[in-house]
Ligand binder design. Structure first.
Ligand code: GDP
Ligand code: MG
Length: 444
């Protein structure tokens, strides 16, 4: 089974608690794991090397916050550096030009250019009220133009009428004329792609650029691109000076390494991500989420930040261990309620544990606030040890006793039992799906 980077680092730093600062040999051992994790996430070797050096500089001598483990501390440093390289802020599509704002989609065949053209057109139309025209410059496959036309019809966006035997540059120029005449705000030019980078593809792309001077040139790339990502991004950027990158198929099982490679290789912002085949499966790019995905974990980073204030590393580790086993009794619920109370409420702890999104959803209806925590904790306090370990013991008679003992009503006891059952079920599912369940990690 997939072992997350945080688990591996935990092992390296076992027994290291309380040493104060990270020394060079600890850091070296950790960085070997970081390197491996990044390569497994398909970040290109060249980028991994440079990145690891950057982390080394920051990590050696770094203070370890008292209540987290050194392993967690290193994960936090790695995460922060990842976010830095990925670009800290979200860079939107730039409209600041005289309309029609021309956008050129470039990239390899099958990367998702045509789909992205339609997704963007739909989004601009719906969210910004833009009048959009799309044109396919693919003069090789008649089906490509038809694909774009059908998509346009589906979303109610115009496409340039198809003419036979027209060269890409000529189509692009005609599209721009039509864009001006027709009063369009945005013109999206969808290019043909080859299955690999070749001179003909680059020349054609460069010629279209020269003829239309696009305001945005987006490199569309599959997030599973892997080791080719650097070469791909560099080639396109060197030739047509891209303004941004869009990663597609982020819904697949890739770990997002291509994002890091491409950004590091070009310095160009990743603007959007495609998360599915449907035409509204388009999201803004959030560096922190991709960083989590690359590291293969839940939001351990905020766990470290919160833990620095409140919960001890032991508490968190104990909980994580239990979660892994899929065991969750009333004693665990009590501990969790106490922790949540300490950490300032609902959500915070759950957000930090892998797979906890589902659980939070299950609890969302429960209308939890601080007073509810207190009441629930009181209910559990009134149970015997045996009852906490084995909720099945709680027959009607025992429930009345517990309600009386905790100054609550039997309904409160019942409600808590129901909630516990839901959480325990959820826990079983989460542990079966594996702690690293990507869906949960990725905001799922
Ligand atoms: P193009 O050759 O670059 O124009 O690629 P297309 O837009 O035709 O897409 C190729 C295939 O990938 C199609 O079947 C799309 O439905 C699919 N696709 C595109 N973007 C995504 C995405 O973000 N997620 C998934 N799962 N599929 C996508
Ligand atoms: Mg296409």
């Amino acid at each position: 089974m997939f072992e997350s980077l945080s688990d591996r680092l935990g092992k390296i730093f076992e027994g290291l608690r309380g040493r104060g600062a990270l020394n060079e040999s600890d850091v070296d051992a950790a960085l070997r794991e970081v390197r491996r994790a990044l390569l497994e996430a398909d970040v290109s070797l060249e980028v991994v090397k440079a990145f690891v050096e950057q982390v080394r500089e920051r990590a050696v001598g770094a203070e370890v916050t008292r209540s987290v483990t050194p392993g967690q501390q290193v994960v936090k440093i790695v995460h922060d550096e990842l976010v830095k390289v990925l670009g800290e802020t979200q860079v939107p599509i730039d409209f600041s030009t005289t309309p029609p704002m021309t956008m050129l989609m470039v990239g390899l065949q099958g990367a998702g250019k045509t789909t992205l053209s339609a997704k963007l057109a739909k989004r601009m139309k719906e969210r910004q009220g833009k009048k959009v025209l799309m044109a396919s410059l693919d003069d090789r496959r008649p089906a490509a133009k038809e694909q774009l036309r059908v998509l346009g019809e589906q979303i109610g966006v115009d496409t340039l009428p198809i003419q036979l035997n027209e060269k890409p540059v000529d189509i692009a120029k005609r599209a721009q004329r039509e864009g001006k005449l027709g009063g369009y705000d945005v013109l999206i030019l969808d290019t043909a792609g080859r299955t690999h980078i070749d001179e003909e593809l680059m020349e054609e792309t460069a010629a279209v650029k020269a003829a239309t001077d696009p305001h945005e040139i987006l490199l569309v790339a599959d997030s599973l691109t892997g080791q080719d990502a650097v070469n791909l991004a560099r080639s396109f950027d060197a030739r047509v000076d891209i303004t941004g990158i869009v990663l597609t198929r982020v819904d697949g099982d890739g770990r997002g390494g291509a994002a890091l490679s491409m950004r590091a290789a070009t310095g160009k912002p990743i603007k959007l991500i495609g998360t599915g085949e449907k035409l509204d499966a388009l999201e803004d790019f959030h560096p922190s989420r991709i960083a989590d995905r690359i590291l293969g974990m839940g939001d351990i980073v905020s766990l470290v930040e919160k833990a620095a204030q409140n919960v001890t590393a032991e508490d968190a580790a104990k909980m994580a261990k239990k979660l892994k086993k899929g065991v969750f009794d009333l004693e665990d619920l009590r501990n969790q309620l106490l922790q949540m109370k300490k950490m300032g409420g609902m959500g915070s702890l759950m957000n930090m544990m892998p797979g906890m999104n589902q659980m939070k959803k299950a609890m969302a209806g429960a209308n939890v606030d601080e007073k509810v925590f207190d009441r629930q904790i009181a209910v559990i306090n009134s149970m015997t040890k045996a009852e906490r370990a084995n909720p099945d013991l709680l027959n009607a008679k025992r429930r009345i006793r517990i309600a009386n003992g905790s100054g609550t009503k039997v309904e409160d006891v019942n409600k808590l039992m129901k909630q516990h059952r839901q959480m325990a079920d959820m826990m079983k599912k989460v542990s079966k799906g594996g702690m690293g369940s990507l869906a949960g990690m990725f905001g799922g």
